[in-house]
Design a protein around this ligand. Structure first.
Ligand SMILES: [Zn+2]
Length: 462
């Protein structure tokens, strides 16, 4: 095991201080904010601290086994079902009723805030389960959400001897695609609820667990749960941002640019128009847009050196070394600040592409497919934030950091579409989407224990 880094919220993971593997500065640490107080829970909730922590600690090996089973399910886009079966069985193991929320392509496409998609979603389902009191007792309802889908482990060759879906243990870490992003969070959610249920208590308001598909490409999995009527007074997504509450995230847009050139013999290339080389001009124009967006970042993104990231994710063009390519398509992801709208960003993207191809009007076509997510922010002093901070401090002995992320999560759907106050809080992980992705297992337990206390503090227990 590598030595742990020195910086991170005090009290996390038994006194060591970790920064998250994501690009998240913790300059807004709760401890440094004299204007913020963690919120005491409503009612007589303090008595159960020790019992809750112990009941969840007792689930350690169950949670680790569950996480390994989840990592061994290769739930890339279109292959999510093997993981949902594991979740379904885990819910049955803890005495909860799993409910299918199938993706409905027509219903999604009819929703004005759905992300566009050209892939097949038939047969896909979210797995959802609600633990509710027999009758209302005035508590606040809660959604605990995590996504089952993972990104591809390619290029496989770079994993060396490691099977990306092998769930290999190395000391206190588990390694594998999805171990970090975010099957560790799902394991923590289920471990927390299993521990609470072992105490013979019930929440004071409905607690819903959601294992969703398509978080990595559209957000339409969580959107389908909203369309199915699932809602709550708050939501926590157990994304692996580590000992910190994420209160702000950027918006994200996926788009592709298809260039139509003029094919011809390479020997007479001066008479042809090379679609691959024209694509390079488009990439350059989009890099200029990215630079403009990063020039003067608004708070809290002024804490980052490079908050807005353009990614050239795919490229496809040409089919013969001696033929000038007549077509080339590039696929992109770009971010934007929460105050911008997707429509404004689309306008700037299209203007950049038009400018880069002004010598060949009509040669470029911009298409949107996948993420079309606005950014999302929740106030630092929202009761969800301060109550979760209290639960964190109860478990760890110190307040958490408040952070922003340069990526998107399903908080964009729950917060913007369903108007459910939402934060991310989850385990400590490294190399999400990369080679050797891994999660620090003690942080999975910490997440579960904090979530267990938070269910008590937010929903009430009886
Ligand atoms: Zn994630």
């Amino acid at each position: 095991m590598e030595p742990l880094p020195e910086e991170a919220p005090p009290g996390a993971y038994g006194g060591s201080r970790l920064t998250t593997g994501f690009d998240i500065p913790d300059a807004r640490a709760f401890a440094g904010r004299g204007d913020l107080a963690t919120a005491e829970p409503e009612g007589d909730a303090g008595a159960l601290d020790g019992e809750i922590l112990q009941a969840i600690a007792d689930q350690a090996s169950w949670m680790t086994d569950l996480l390994a089973d989840l990592v061994r399910a290769p739930t890339t886009l279109g292959n999510e079902e093997s993981g949902q079966k594991v979740i379904e069985q885990a819910l049955l193991d803890i005495g909860m009723d799993p409910v299918d929320v199938p993706l409905d392509a027509d219903q999604l496409r009819a929703h004005p805030l759905a992300a566009p998609f050209d892939w097949d979603v038939s047969g896909k389902r979210n797995v959802v389960s609600t633990w509710a009191p027999d009758e209302g007792s005035g508590g606040r309802s809660l959604i605990l959400n995590g996504h089952i889908d993972v990104v591809s482990p390619e290029p496989l060759g770079q994993w060396g001897a490691d099977d990306p879906f092998g769930a290999r243990r190395e000391d206190e870490w588990m390694i594998g695609r999805g171990a970090a992003d975010m099957k560790c969070g799902l394991a923590a959610i289920l471990g927390a609820v299993k521990g609470l249920r072992s105490l013979g208590v019930v929440p004071g308001a409905p607690l819903t667990i959601e294992s969703v598909v398509e978080e990595e490409c559209s957000g339409n999995g969580t959107l389908q749960t909203v369309l199915a009527g699932y809602t709550a007074d708050a939501a926590v997504i157990a994304e692996p941002f580590g000992a910190a509450i994420t209160t702000s995230q950027v918006g994200v847009l996926w788009f592709s640019v298809r260039i139509t050139g003029v094919p011809g013999h390479a020997a007479e290339g001066q008479h042809a128009t090379n679609a691959i080389e024209k694509s390079l001009a488009v990439i350059g124009a989009l890099r200029s847009l990215e630079a403009d967006l990063n020039a003067v970042p608004p708070a809290p993104y002024d804490l980052f050196t490079h908050p807005i990231n353009l990614n050239v994710g795919t490229i496809s063009g040409g089919d013969w070394a001696s033929t000038v390519p007549g077509e080339c398509e590039t696929g992109y992801r770009i971010a934007m600040y929460p105050h911008m709208s997707i429509e404004e960003l689309k306008g700037r993207v299209e203007a950049a592409v038009t400018e880069a191809t002004s010598d060949q009007p009509g040669a470029a076509e911009v298409r949107y497919n996948g993420f079309s997510s606005n950014g999302y922010e929740i106030a630092d002093d929202h009761p969800l934030v301060t109550t979760l901070a209290h639960s964190f401090a109860t478990q760890s002995g110190a307040p958490p950091a408040l952070v922003s992320t340069t990526g998107t999560t399903d908080a964009a759907v729950l917060g913007n579409v369903a108007s459910i106050p939402t934060v991310c809080f989850g385990p400590y992980a490294e190399s999400a989407h990369g080679v050797g992705e891994r999660v620090y297992l003690p942080s999975v337990m910490q997440t579960a224990q904090v979530l267990g206390l938070f269910v008590r503090d937010w929903c009430g227990l009886r």
